[in-house]
Design a protein around this ligand. Structure first.
Ligand code: NAD
Length: 332
């Protein structure tokens, strides 16, 4: 079985080559993302392995099917970048890694919150210049604050456990409440109540057609003045223009984002010598109270080990003629 691997980085090769010792697949690593520009070059490949910013549009999927590709293996949890209808129509099975290390993402969300609040990123640079003053570094205690969590699946659950440990009151919004969280003191409320009552709001729901731009002028208006917003989920959950207005009006005290709606043009690349023509991200980066990381919340040794293992294992199972059964599990 040959696998064409797109958006490949050195760290991907390290972890996948290690995991592949057990499977023995032929993996062709391509640095480029998967798109119409490369699809013609695919040959004798039964599976493609893709990441968050590879766009699996109908056009790409149709071309893959003509090339004989049978499996699209997403080495990530989210699948908003794949046209699932088209995959079904062209008989391609899609698998993903539904859970690799929810703690990796939850801990990064907490790291961002602590950084923006206690300004350790500024303090780090300041003391290196022998500036030991505290002016401008004032933070607040997390203990006693109300944290609103939108989406209480695996990552939301892990994030809530940490917030409860800090002594926060946790409000949650999800269509499927988690009983174990309720028994630990988490209150499930309506989205509106969560937005109105929270000091800190963290997004942990997937991006769907229904919740695209969940955070917009209307929902921002419901929030308290001085709220902190964290998004480690998907960029499309936030309307960037509206969030910039909320930062300018000081509605938002701080914004921590690991994802951005136009990230496929920027993230995972070194653009330090380039002129970036995305004015929205430049504006976001100009705010002192915005902390932006480039989709690194998943990036731990444990998560990469699990991603490689689960992805290759799924491909191996699908290869052994259990496509029907597996596609049902994976797309659920
Ligand atoms: P999950 O499926 O375990 O949980 C998602 C939860 O969100 C579910 O409980 C679901 O009922 C709920 N939900 C769905 N739509 C909702 C809505 N409109 N409002 C409120 N709740 C809603 O998924 P997970 O493993 O916790 O991952 C969550 C998201 O995190 C993924 O979809 C992905 O987009 C993102 N993610 C980001 C990174 C990163 O590196 N930044 C890594 C992994 C996952």
């Amino acid at each position: 079985m040959k696998i064409a691997f797109f958006s490949a980085k050195e760290y991907d090769k390290t972890f996948f080559n290690l995991a592949n010792k057990q499977f023995g697949f032929e993996i062709q690593y391509h640095e480029t993302h998967l798109g119409p520009h490369i699809v013609d070059l695919i040959k004798d490949v039964q599976a493609v392995c893709v990441f968050v910013n590879d766009k699996l549009t109908r056009e790409v999927i149709e071309a893959l099917s003509k090339k004989g590709v049978k499996i699209i293996a997403l080495r990530c949890a989210g699948f908003n970048n794949v046209d699932l209808e088209a995959a079904k129509e062209f008989g391609i099975t899609v698998c993903r890694v539904p859970s690799y290390s929810p703690e990796a993402v939850a801990e990064h969300a907490v790291a961002m919150l602590l950084t923006i609040n206690r300004k350790t990123h500024k303090a780090y640079n300041r003391v290196r210049e022998q500036n030991f003053s505290l002016d401008g570094l004032l933070g607040y205690n997390l203990n006693g604050k109300t944290v609103g969590v939108i989406g209480t699946g695996k990552i939301g659950h892990a994030f809530i456990k940490i917030m409860l440990g800090f002594g926060c009151k946790v409000l949650a919004y999800d269509v499927f409440p988690d009983d174990s969280l309720i028994s630990n003191g988490v209150d499930y409320v309506t989205l509106e109540e969560l937005l109105r009552q929270s000091d800190i709001i963290s997004l942990h729901c997937p991006l769907t057609k229904e919740n695209h731009y969940l955070i917009n002028n209307k929902t921002l208006a419901l929030m308290q003045n001085g709220v902190t917003l964290i998004n480690t989920s998907r960029g499309g959950l936030i309307n960037t223009e509206d969030i910039i207005s909320a930062l300018k009006s000081k509605k938002l005290a701080a914004l921590c984002i690991d994802v951005y709606e136009q990230e496929e043009h920027l993230f995972f690349k070194d653009l330090s010598m380039e002129i970036i023509d995305d004015d929205k991200i430049q504006r976001l980066m100009s705010f002192p109270n915005v902390l932006l990381t480039a989709h690194q919340a998943f990036f731990t040794q444990e998560a990469l080990t699990e991603i490689a293992q689960v992805t290759l294992d799924s491909i191996s199972k699908l290869d052994k003629n259990c496509m029907e059964e597996h596609s049902k599990i994976i797309l659920a």
